[in-house]
Design a protein around this ligand. Structure first.
Ligand code: PBG
Length: 327
């Protein structure tokens, strides 16, 4: 035998020399759920180990993360039913607790990178990402107006990266125009380029209490069966001025991450979503899977597929394990 591939696997030292893919804490963004009550801390039932936090608790969490090297945070508001309406008006009210919290985070930790989510669902009494008309249809162009105001309000509150997750047509260009017209040329846009109509978002909708009141999201989120549509979305996002392209979910969509990486020069992000987190947690709690190593393998697979950035609920845990030399 001339070739013995096992020679390159014979010791930890050699294995690390030939290792092709490395996940770094630098690549990670931690999603956080914000509660209105500043002192509250409530675990998400379907996401063991993930807590919804009031701003006081969130500042502490961000401080701990920054010490571990996690520098970027995607903050989502948990909005009480009493604040929701058909036009999601709280989403662009700068005095609302979400916008106030963003301000506080940036004042306290100017070095942190704060990302926000643009979509009407947390603020909408219909639980949809756009405006719902009397026949249950989602109104694209009317929704863009609200989405633009929401993005501007988040930029005014200190957001570094705006994350449009609503999947309305034309949203990236619309948001870019409004940000630029108001002097926010430095605020970035991470487009949810290929966001699929996925069953993996269930625990997130529990966390935010944001599930659609009727119907589903299939007229705006993508069909899980389609690849080429992701290229159409990516073309549009590039033309409209996105700074990052995101694929969501991640694990069941590694082929989409790969094809965007191979075809575009913008940084590619993968959103390792709530259901992917919960699946592993459930198995780990039953003693069926080793949490640490399965988590690491999942993150490596996203990196290997081409993700430059990973949004993951494991970000803090990964950073902690890495710091302790356990990964
Ligand atoms: C809001 C939004 C969702 C997620 C991120 N932004 C839910 C949805 O579209 O229904 C899901 C994230 C996750 O599951 O972790 N539009």
């Amino acid at each position: 035998m001339i070739y013995r591939p096992r020679r390159n696997r014979k010791s930890a030292a050699i294995r690390s020399l030939v290792e092709e893919t490395k996940v770094s804490t630098d690549d990670l963004i931690l999603p956080l759920f914000l509660l209105e009550d500043p002192k509250a801390q409530i675990e998400v039932k379907s996401m063991p180990g993930v807590f919804r936090l009031g701003i006081d608790k969130m500042l502490k969490e961000i401080e701990e993360c920054l010490e571990l090297g996690v520098k970027a945070f995607d903050i989502f508001p948990v909005v009480d039913e009493s604040h929701k309406d058909k036009l999601a008006t709280k989403s662009y009210d700068n005095s609302f607790f979400y916008q106030q919290a963003l301000k506080k985070v940036k004042e306290t930790f100017p070095e942190a990178c704060v990302m926000t989510d643009v979509a009407m669902d947390p603020y909408s009494s219909d639980g949809h990402d756009g405006i719902v008309d009397d026949n249950g249809n989602i109104l694209n162009d009317e929704s863009l107006e609200i989405i633009g105001k929401m993005a501007l309000s988040q930029a005014q509150s200190g957001a570094d990266i705006i994350g449009p997750s609503d999947m309305m047509d034309g949203r990236i260009g619309h948001i870019r125009d409004i940000l630029d017209a108001n002097g926010y040329t430095d605020v970035s846009i991470m487009s949810y380029t290929a966001k699929y109509a996925s069953a993996f978002y269930g625990p997130f909708r529990d966390a935010l209490d944001s599930a659609p009141k009727s119907g589903d999201k299939k007229t705006y989120q993508m069909n899980p069966a389609n690849v080429r549509e992701a290229l159409i979305e990516a073309d549009l996002d590039v033309q409209e001025g996105a700074d990052f392209l995101m694929v969501k979910p991640a694990l069941a969509y590694l082929d989409i991450i790969k094809i965007l990486k191979d075809n575009y020069n913008l940084p590619i992000a993968a959103y390792h979503v709530s259901g992917e987190y919960s699946m592993l947690l459930a198995a780990a709690q039953n003693g069926w899977l080793d949490k640490t190593h399965t988590m690491n393998e999942m993150l490596i697979s996203m990196k290997r597929a081409g993700a430059d950035i990973i949004l993951t609920y494991f970000a803090k845990e990964f950073a902690q394990l890495r710091k302790e030399g356990k990964l």
